[in-house]
Design a protein around this ligand. Structure first.
Ligand SMILES: [Zn+2]
Length: 138
């Protein structure tokens, strides 16, 4: 896969761009071409919706048996994040203290290196989440 193609296919993921059905107001991420609720009514009425990157931890689990590409960071935490726009997504939660992570914690998306494609030396980037602890430190 070419670098250009990777970037093209991941544009909305890298930038956390979802879309909203302007008929019923529901937001989706990743984007959908048609709203599953409004079907034909939503055709041509889906608008791009950049997500704020802010959300709360809906659930999470500590992963101890890591796949090869995560060897350097295990154990790590995978969470389901409920974004402020109402969509849920799965991503890694980065925290120095894994024991402190709790359901309901406020988190924000950060842009990080996620893995390397060794055959071509292409490094992929994507979002992870960090906890705010009630206070945004930037
Ligand atoms: Zn809809």
């Amino acid at each position: 896969m070419s670098v250009a193609r990777i970037w093209r296919e991941n544009r909305s993921r890298y930038n956390l761009i979802g879309n909203t059905c302007t008929v019923c107001g529901q937001t989706f991420f990743p984007m959908r071409t048609v709203c599953p609720k409004c079907h034909r009514e939503s055709i041509g009425k889906m608008e791009e919706k950049p997500l704020s990157g802010m959300g709360s931890i809906y659930s999470f689990s500590v992963v101890h048996s890591a796949p090869e590409s995560f060897q350097t960071v295990k154990p790590y935490v995978m969470g389901i994040i409920e974004m402020d726009e109402g969509v849920k997504l799965t991503a890694q939660i980065v925290d120095a203290d894994l024991e402190a992570i709790a359901i309901g914690d406020r988190v924000k998306a950060v842009f990080r290196r996620v893995r390397e494609i060794d055959s071509e030396g292409v490094i992929q980037y994507g979002y992870k989440f960090i906890r705010l602890n009630g206070e945004e430190t930037g």
